[in-house]
Design a protein. Structure first.
Length: 406
């Protein structure tokens, strides 16, 4: 098969897009494309199947929404494109971007996910929708009820495919894909190419082009990694000092424990910054309201768990704090990927208890970073780097075994 060549574009206004879409792109502040956008958008516009890999915060959502929306026909009141996402939160995030992009185009967008009125979603579908975004379980449910017809789909998009497979959605994805036309454009975005993802590609994609944005490190080069030694509830005091010192427009505070999230938020309230918390135990309407307020800037500090924050996409988070060190280094990379995005400077601070130092070193090795010690104003200084602390601990262990017993 002859290989088609594509030239990366330098400015969104140079693309062959409908005028209304161009205006919406400009209104959203898209000017020069990110690397993933520059390489994928021309290829998607050509109708090719495509696999996209890039780091968190790279502009992936617009990389597929802009070219797909450009190919939709507002005169046809049928679903022409479907985007599957692993979580309700990501679905809502993508839908908000999509709604901004279709303004004044005559196109209609519908987000479909659990925890929201089925009747309202069905009523919206009856009015005619060209672009559907949804979680696999709810999409399959509506299809089985005869409420969602995908026979007119020409674009089938899987966003965060590896996450969907990790969450056990393979059967749902298979059910949905098998009930869309065989002749369609397939787009798959995934952080990893694990064997299940590769199998999905083999089963459903037609000679896809694989675009991978190489990265020197696992985290953005514009991100500063700091750590503060703090024990137990001393972390509350240190956290207040950090927020007072950095004064970020937006900050995310991560805890490993759902039950600790409300307590941490209460400890921060009364300061200069509006604070809220987010965890999986909240009602869906409350979660959506809080996420919307955080994106709009009405909430500056959001205390959350990893599950609750999945899919939360805020471009200008200046500070990420790990109240607890995550047990998995990949979780650290995912957390701090929400700051230092697309060339912007960001700061990640980890509050580290003595028993968490081993986890910190695992993260450094995995992410190929070196965390620097930091002391907020009024806090005792930590003069040693994380590696110095590691060596010092080894030396103390040696002295303890070789010294006299008292």
């Amino acid at each position: 098969m002859e290989t088609e060549t594509f030239q990366d574009f330098q400015d969104f206004q140079s693309l062959a897009l409908p005028e209304a879409l161009k205006e919406n792109v400009a209104h959203l502040g898209f000017q020069a494309p990110t690397p993933i956008q520059a390489q994928t958008i021309p290829r998607i516009l050509s109708g090719r199947d495509l696999i996209g890999q890039s780091q968190t915060g790279s502009g992936k959502t617009a990389a597929y929404l802009v070219p797909v929306i450009a190919q939709l026909n507002a005169a046809l009141p049928v679903v022409q494109a479907i985007v599957l996402t692993p979580t309700r939160e990501l679905c809502v995030q993508v839908a908000e971007v999509a709604n901004d992009l279709v303004a004044n185009t005559g196109l209609r967008v519908m987000a479909i996910f659990g925890g929201f009125s089925l009747d309202i979603q069905c009523a919206a579908l009856r009015q005619g929708v060209q672009l559907v975004l949804g979680t696999p379980g709810r999409v399959k449910d509506l299809m089985m009820r005869g409420r969602l017809d995908l026979s007119g789909v020409r674009h089938f998009i899987l966003d965060e495919a590896d996450e969907m497979l990790d969450m056990g959605f393979l059967n749902d994805i298979t059910y949905i894909a098998n009930r869309t036309p065989k002749v369609r454009q397939n787009l798959l975005f995934s952080a990893t190419m694990a064997p299940p993802v590769k199998q999905l590609i083999n089963d459903y994609m037609n000679h896809p082009e694989h675009i991978e944005i190489q990265q020197v490190t696992r985290t953005a080069d514009t991100l500063s990694h700091l750590f503060v030694r703090a024990q137990g509830h001393d972390k509350d005091r240190v956290l207040r000092s950090l927020l007072s010192e950095f004064r970020p427009d937006a900050a995310l505070i991560f805890s490993n424990k759902k039950h600790a999230v409300p307590r941490i938020a209460r400890a921060l309230r009364g300061g200069a910054m509006p604070v809220e918390y987010l965890h999986g135990g909240l009602e869906q309407e409350d979660r959506m309201r809080i996420m919307r307020q955080f994106r709009d800037g009405r909430i500056q500090v959001l205390v959350c768990t990893d599950v609750a924050a999945r899919g939360l996409d805020v471009l200008s988070v200046g500070l990420v704090v790990n109240y607890d060190i995550p047990p998995d280094p990949d979780i650290y990379v995912h957390r701090v990927g929400r700051t230092g995005r697309i060339g912007e400077k960001g700061t990640a601070v980890s509050l580290v208890a003595n028993h968490e130092m081993a986890l910190l070193h695992r993260i450094e090795s995995h992410a190929r970073i070196r965390m620097q010690p930091y002391a907020p104003a009024g806090e005792p200084a930590s003069s040693k780097s994380s590696s110095d602390s590691k060596n010092s601990r080894r030396k103390r262990g040696h002295d303890r075994h070789s010294g006299r017993r008292r």
